[in-house]
Write a protein that binds this ligand. Structure first.
Ligand code: NDP
Length: 321
């Protein structure tokens, strides 16, 4: 495993990390979740990603349970949570968003579910138009000073919103956001490569990027249709299927088919090649993997050993041109 600094912080995360979205507390059972965390840990993964909204909190419960069961040493792993979406179907207005109230309550709830005393990383899962950014910055700073959170950051905020948070924190001598969690893959790269570009030098933003395989699309598994057992075949995820495969993304499949042919010619697994492509970007601190079975995780970890020359990468880029 390689380890990379989280932006300008001193924290070193495994270049490949592991997340619980869709799978934990939902698609897979507790035993498979345990096997996945055990395998990730055995391969040197030291960062496990989660959120209050994943499976309505069950993803954090399962992760906390298996981490405790495996007796992972608290000073060896990092765990995250994210606040914003709350309990999706809870109508109470205090259960969502980035108010000081919800940021604080959600942190306490995540600590209980994950069975830890502090969160290593705590993200604002989306920007909240109903809460002043200053209120959220202050709430995060308070949690850090209380020892409940070590590093705070954002997920899918615009560069301008992150810059506003940084300016507020600097003016008030508060803790700055250390990281952003954006989507980054061969089909979705603009924000990480262009919009955030000025932020890597100042304030030294780290990135923990999500959906390196575009929900599995970049494995080529959807080239010939959707299997009911796979993520996009799940009935309750019709919205995601529409997002990943629907209009205007129909041309995406053509690109992915071209890409999988390139991977075959290069003698690589398309999944490994797509993850290795994310790792080439030095502004990526950690690529968060998702997997519904251990075999997938083990295949994906092989991305670390992939050797592709410049001509090979040019062919990959050309498939998406
Ligand atoms: P990916 O794009 O890598 O998709 C993972 C899914 O693809 C797996 O669950 C599996 O689904 C399929 N897959 C993975 N590897 C293989 C393989 N080798 N062969 C075939 N199929 C494979 O990542 P995720 O979308 O899961 O994102 C990773 C993590 O990022 C999440 O767990 C979460 O922690 C974080 N995240 C953060 C978001 C945010 O807003 N901050 C949003 C989304 C994710 P299946 O077997 O069911 O088809």
């Amino acid at each position: 495993m390689q380890y990379r600094r989280l932006g300008h912080t001193g924290l070193k995360l495994s270049a490949l990390s592991f997340g619980a979205w869709v799978t934990f507390g939902d698609q897979i059972g507790r035993d498979e979740a345990r096997n996945l965390v055990a395998s990730a840990w055995d391969h040197g993964i030291n960062f496990f990603d989660n959120a209050e909204g994943y499976a309505r909190g069950r993803a954090e419960q399962v992760m906390g349970d298996v981490i405790a069961d495996l007796r992972l040493p608290r000073d060896g792993f990092c765990v995250s949570s994210k606040v914003f979406f709350g309990a999706v179907d809870d109508p109470r207005p205090t259960q969502h968003g980035l108010s000081r109230k919800h940021v604080t309550d959600a942190c306490h709830a995540a600590l209980r579910r994950l069975r830890v005393d502090y969160l290593d990383l705590y993200y604002c899962h989306r920007p909240d138009p109903d809460t002043p950014i200053a209120e959220t910055v202050l709430a995060m700073d308070t949690l850090i000073r209380q020892g409940k959170v070590l590093y705070w950051g954002t997920s899918e905020w615009s560069a301008a919103q992150i810059q506003e948070a940084v300016a507020i924190a600097r003016a008030g001598h508060l803790h700055l956001p250390s990281m952003e969690q954006p989507q980054y893959n061969l089909l979705h790269r603009e924000r990480v490569e262009r919009e955030y570009a000025p932020l890597y030098a100042d304030p030294g933003l780290g990135t923990t990027v999500w959906s390196p395989l575009a929900s599995g699309l970049l494995t080529g598994k959807y080239n010939a249709g959707v299997d009911a057992q796979s993520r996009l075949g799940q009935q309750q995820l019709g919205w995601l299927k529409e997002l990943v495969l629907g209009e205007p993304a129909a041309q995406r499949l053509d690109k992915v088919r071209r890409y999988t042919a390139v991977a075959a010619e290069l003698g690589c697994s398309p999944a490994q090649l797509a993850i290795a492509w994310c790792l080439r970007n030095p502004n990526v601190s950690s690529v968060i993997l998702g997997a519904s079975r251990v075999g997938q995780l083990e295949e994906n970890l092989g991305a670390l050993d992939l050797q592709v020359d410049a001509a090979g990468w040019e062919r990959v880029e050309a498939a998406f041109a």
